[in-house]
Structures are given as structure tokens and as C-alpha cells.
Design a protein around this ligand. Structure first.
Ligand code: ADP
Ligand code: MG
Length: 278
């Protein structure tokens, strides 16, 4: 069967890193909120069976009836799975632990890596029926901490990959494997796929090691690294337990402000990409 195209809108960005605890979910939630605050229509797709993005946006277990599992299993369309959040202009496709068995269930499907892309294709056609102001402009996919079939599905369905990288000693370890996976997906499934950028997270200016890591990553990855760094900030880690993005919980804290700056930088990068394409 022919590979369904990825429509230019919404822009689909996968947030991926096979390491856990590096700030993927925090980035998806707060970047999504910041983009929504700027006036973009954003949906977060929770593709991690831990459901942290869903919880962090206040979606309780009772609200998770149609989830990313049903979408990936082909039992529901994306349009049926999208839920509004307390954040204006921000919606979410939640996940549950069901997702953890999905890979086994679809293992024998020759198109198993393209399931999300197919679902997005159908969804995009539905979006075209909506008035412009209601159409999504960004979808951020929050990935599990692995380079598994779920992450490959996300990459195959995306325009770009955003990599959160924690400013700690082993930051660069594993990055080459991640970049290799992106290359493989680009070669086999999705020729359009680019690295959108690398977001340095949990930066601690008082820690020499943190600064050294920043230097190393910038040397290796050059201008792929966003100039905005996300500081280590306790407000970012407190907010999810209130089911709110940090940007709503404490707008002024350094972490929220950094994510707002990162959103602006991402929009600038998007503009530059469009200018090149035109
Ligand atoms: P991942 O999705 O990659 O596993 P998370 O976003 O869940 O990572 O972050 C891991 C833990 O670190 C969470 O408890 C989160 O609240 C916390 N955290 C993430 N980013 C920051 C930060 N910049 N400062 C402080 N804590 C953070
Ligand atoms: Mg996570």
C-alpha cells in the first residue's frame, strides 16, 4: 500500500530520547503550553505507557477512555481520542498502561511502523473541514524512554525530532544511537524527517560539570542546539503533581520563562525552515 503523505500542517514534532528522566515529558507539556499561549493550536500525543504527560495535564484515569492505544491499535481515530485540557488551545491524546502491550500486538503487521502516520493522515483530512482558526498547528509527541516501535512510529509520522538532553556527565552517551535511528527512519520510512533541535535541560549554572557538558554538546552538535537552555528548577518538577503545566502553576519561575523562550526559538526556526522550503 502507498505510504500516506505527511501534510505540512499541523507541524508534527517528536520529543525523543531513549534515556528516561531527561525532560521529554516536561518539555512536551511546557513547550506545548507556551506555544498555545502564543496562539498556536497544539495537541500533545502521549505515546508513553506511563502516561506522565496525561497526568501532568490533569487528565485523570477516568477520562482516559479513548487513548493513544486505541489509535495505534486501529480501534479509534485521532479525532475521537483528542481531549481538551485546562490550558486554552492545548489538547491531549492521553495514554494508559494498555500501550505497553501494543508492540507485541502489532508485531506481525508489515505496516506496523506506519500506524501513527496513517492515523495522522486520516486526522489531517478531517482537520481540513474545520475553520482555519480551529485547526491544529502543532502536534508534539511525547515518547517513551526507548527507541522502540512506538518511537519509530512517532518519527515516521513527524516532520522533525526534538531531543531533550540532560546536562549531566553521560549526556552525549546514547545520542549517536538516537541520531542513527533518526537516519534509519529517514532512509526507510520518512525522507522528510529532520532533527529540529537539541534542548539542553536541567542546566545548573553553579555546577562546572553542567557548563562543561553544554560546551561539549555545542561542539559536537553545533547550531542544532537551541540557544535557550532549560535550567534545573524545582517549580518544573512540582507542577505535574498539581496536574498543571509549570507555566500555569508559576508563570514567573525560571523554568517557565525558559520554556516560553524555547517556544519562541522554535517558531523562529520554523519560519526559517519555511523560508528555505519556499
Ligand atoms: P522524561 O519524560 O524524559 O522521562 P521528565 O520530563 O519526566 O523526563 O523529567 C524527569 C523528572 O525530572 C521529573 O520528575 C521532572 O519533574 C523533573 N524535571 C524535568 N525537567 C526538570 C528541570 N528543568 N528542573 C527540575 N526538574 C526537572
Ligand atoms: Mg516521560
Amino acid at each position: 500500500p502507498p505510504i500516506p503523505p505527511i501534510h505540512p500542517r499541523p507541524r508534527v514534532i517528536t520529543v525523543a530520547n531513549q534515556k528516561g528522566g531527561v525532560g521529554k515529558t516536561t518539555t512536551a507539556i511546557n513547550l506545548g503550553t507556551a506555544l498555545a499561549a502564543i496562539g498556536e493550536q497544539v495537541a500533545i500525543l502521549d505515546l508513553d505507557s506511563q502516561g506522565n504527560a496525561s497526568t501532568g495535564l490533569g487528565i485523570g484515569p477516568q477520562d482516559r477512555t479513548i487513548t493513544s492505544y486505541e489509535v495505534m491499535a486501529g480501534e479509534a481515530g485521532l479525532a475521537e481520542a483528542v481531549l481538551p485540557t485546562a490550558v486554552p488551545n492545548l489538547s491531549i491524546v492521553p495514554s494508559t498502561v494498555d500501550l505497553s502491550s501494543l508492540e507485541m500486538e502489532i508485531a506481525s503487521d508489515p505496516q506496523r511502523a506506519m500506524r501513527l502516520r496513517s492515523a495522522l493522515h486520516t486526522y489531517q483530512s478531517k482537520q481540513m473541514e474545520l475553520p482555519n482558526a480551529k485547526r491544529l498547528s502543532y502536534i508534539l509527541i511525547d515518547c517513551p524512554p526507548s527507541l522502540s516501535l512506538l518511537t519509530v512510529n512517532a518519527m515516521a509520522a513527524s516532520h522533525a525530532v526534538l531531543v531533550p538532553l540532560q546536562c549531566e556527565f553521560f549526556a552525549l552517551e546514547g545520542l549517536s544511537q538516537l541520531l542513527r535511528t533518526v537516519d534509519q527512519v529517514r532512509g526507510a520510512l520518512n525522507p522528510e524527517l529532520i532533527i529540529h533541535g537539541i534542548a539542553l535541560t536541567m542546566f545548573d549554572a553553579r555546577n562546572n560539570l553542567s557548563s562543561q557538558v553544554v560546551e561539549d554538546v555545542r561542539e559536537v552538535m553545533g547550531d542544532k542546539v537551541y540557544s535557550t537552555m532549560i535550567p534545573r528548577n524545582v517549580r518544573l518538577s512540582e507542577a505535574p503533581s498539581y496536574g498543571r503545566p509549570a507555566i500555569l502553576y508559576d508563570f514567573k519561575c525560571a523554568g517557565s520563562q525558559a520554556y516560553i523562550k524555547l517556544a519562541q526559538e522554535i517558531i523562529e526556526r520554523e519560519r526559517a525552515l519555511r523560508a528555505v522550503a519556499a
